[in-house]
Design a protein around this ligand. Sequence first.
Ligand code: CA
Ligand code: CA
Ligand code: CA
Length: 183
Amino acid sequence: MYPSSFLKKGFTLLELLVVIAVIGIFAAIAVAALNGAREDAHVAATIGQIKEIERAVFRYRLDTGQYPPQCDNVCTVDPFNTPPTGVQGWKGPYLLYDFIWNAHQWRGHISFSVQDVDLDGRLDATITLDEDRPQTPYTDNSARIPVDVMEKFDRALDDGDLTTGRVRESLISAGALLYATSI
Ligand SMILES: [Ca+2]
Ligand SMILES: [Ca+2]
Ligand SMILES: [Ca+2]
């Protein structure tokens, strides 16, 4: 027989280890949940940015009959707020911020272009979540969006497949997401 004080001490140590292990498991679950919630919030915020730009494109086109000029991460003229020369009907500004510094939640520029995103042979007004930060060289690449996050965007806005539909990963820039507006 062990003295009762030894048993008590041993049992307490075991209890302590169990408690530490349980706390560790709950902490890991909480951190994972927090990270997932933060990521979901960033996706939702960025979708809000996309929709706001989509509305601006729509109003610009309604007023002028044209798409805004293209603007990628190195463009120097705000396409939504600078009155274009020789274009009738412009009633801007169409956005309340400077588009050339516009960034998504992963710090890359949000660009506007006209390209055939869904590969159906017709050009689409396209909003791109760039992998380069605003006003940095194309070699920046520090703002790539992880594939699992891009899939969240695709599920929310399209068909859930990054190779089909109006939302796709760029074929020329890894970590850049293309969204063809419905205009
Ligand atoms: Ca197309
Ligand atoms: Ca790049
Ligand atoms: Ca898709």
